[in-house]
Design a protein around this ligand. Structure first.
Ligand code: ATP
Ligand code: SF4
Ligand code: MG
Length: 344
């Protein structure tokens, strides 16, 4: 797919209702406890106070280097963290804190109201159940469709995500599908019940560019038509520029900058965002350029800014953690986590 320049961003077709957050992540901390060779308990601090909103009718692109905590943010939201995870904060979906939901109450939300595409999609498929049966089960569980109508809907969504000969694939077992096709089946499962929120963790990585465009167009249609919302995790700034309305940049378990895509590309405020955008502009396709450096030490306890070790602008004040601040008077949703951010 030929991607536009990151500055040539797609304007949202509607900003109606944009102020209403479908998903509000507030101050989420996540740690895993483990024992070091001496037997002492250590905490790997994976998320360090994540704040993020996904507004109605909008697609948010979540970017950041490997290990930044993107998948853990998604996994916490969908309630699939392992038992060893200690999580605090709030994840509000339509006003309900998902971190407090358990069992049946959580199941009712997942699959019906929230569609999830995991970073490893094949793991989401049951190996001994035909693809069509898995889809029909989801449809029957969360809609009024049954019998031939449910089967028809399953075939329709398989076609919509670019699966050739969907009638035949309906009867396939997951092991009979290529990796790209299995990925599209999982995307179909996430979208089939027309959820209010879609969380997709690198949903199109590895798909060819035509199918990638088809899947992302379908997602956009869903979001626009139903005033739904989507959070897409990606390493591709071209996808963010072309398909997203808002973006959030993560570093070391924090969202260090967020705001409307056009605004962030035009006036990146955080030193990390500036480096990412500058580095990606120099690359074809705008895949997220990695900036050579060691990943942050998850076990280290520090009160300093999470980016201080890498920041060329770090000063004495950066030994205390900055608060998130508005970057612009006119677009208050554009916010960054840096002591040096000042309103013009
Ligand atoms: N069970 C676990 N125990 C300890 N640390 C973990 C566990 N699961 C994940 N982590 C750590 O959490 C951090 C964030 O992981 P996460 O998968 O969210 O990164 P990511 O931003 O999605 O990266 P990528 O772009 O590579 O997918 C990583 O350093 C990872 O090693
Ligand atoms: S707070 Fe300081 S160290 Fe952190 S990004 Fe801003 S200037 Fe750099
Ligand atoms: Mg990930």
């Amino acid at each position: 797919m030929s991607q536009p320049s990151p500055t040539a961003v797609a304007a949202p077709e509607t900003t109606l209702d944009a102020g209403r957050a479908v998903l509000s992540i507030r101050g989420v901390h996540l740690a895993f406890a483990s024992r070091d060779p001496q037997g002492a308990v250590r905490h790997a601090r994976v998320l360090n106070g994540v704040d993020l909103d996904v507004g109605s009718g909008r697609i948010v692109g979540l970017i950041g280097e490997t290990g930044a905590g993107k998948s853990m943010t998604a996994t916490a939201t969908i309630g699939l963290l392992p038992p060893s995870a200690a999580v605090t904060g709030q994840i509000l979906f339509e006003g309900v804190d998902l971190l407090r939901l358990r069992g049946v109450a959580l199941d009712k939300v997942r699959g019906a109201k929230i569609g999830f595409v995991a970073q490893n999609p094949r793991a989401a498929l049951e190996p001994v159940t035909r693809v069509g049966d898995q889809l029909v089960r989801l449809i029957r569980a969360h809609s009024n469709l049954t019998g031939p109508a449910a089967r028809q809907r399953a075939i329709e969504i398989l076609g919509a995500v670019g699966i050739p000969d969907p009638q035949a694939r309906y009867r396939a077992y997951p092991h009979e599908l290529s990796g790209g096709m299995a990925q599209r089946v999982v995307i179909a499962m996430a979208l089939v019940n027309q959820p209010q929120l879609v969380i997709a963790d690198e949903p199109t990585t590895g798909l060819d560019v035509t199918v990638q465009a088809q899947v992302l167009d379908l997602l956009r249609q869903l979001v626009r038509a139903q005033r739904a919302a989507a959070l897409i995790i990606t390493h591709d700034l071209g996808i963010v520029a072309q398909y997203c309305d808002d973006m959030a940049i993560m570093f070391a378990g924090r969202v260090v900058e967020r705001g409307p895509v056009a605004q962030v590309f035009a006036s990146p405020a955080h030193p990390y965002t500036r480096r990412l955008i500058a580095a990606s502009r120099a690359r074809i396709g705008h895949a997220l350029a990695s900036i050579k450096s060691d990943p942050p030490d998850l076990f280290r306890e520090t009160k300093a800014c999470v980016y201080a070790d890498r920041c060329e602008l770090a000063a004495a004040v950066c030994q205390s953690a900055p608060l998130e601040k508005a970057v612009s008077l006119t677009i208050p949703e554009h916010r960054a986590l840096c002591h040096l951010v000042q309103l013009p």
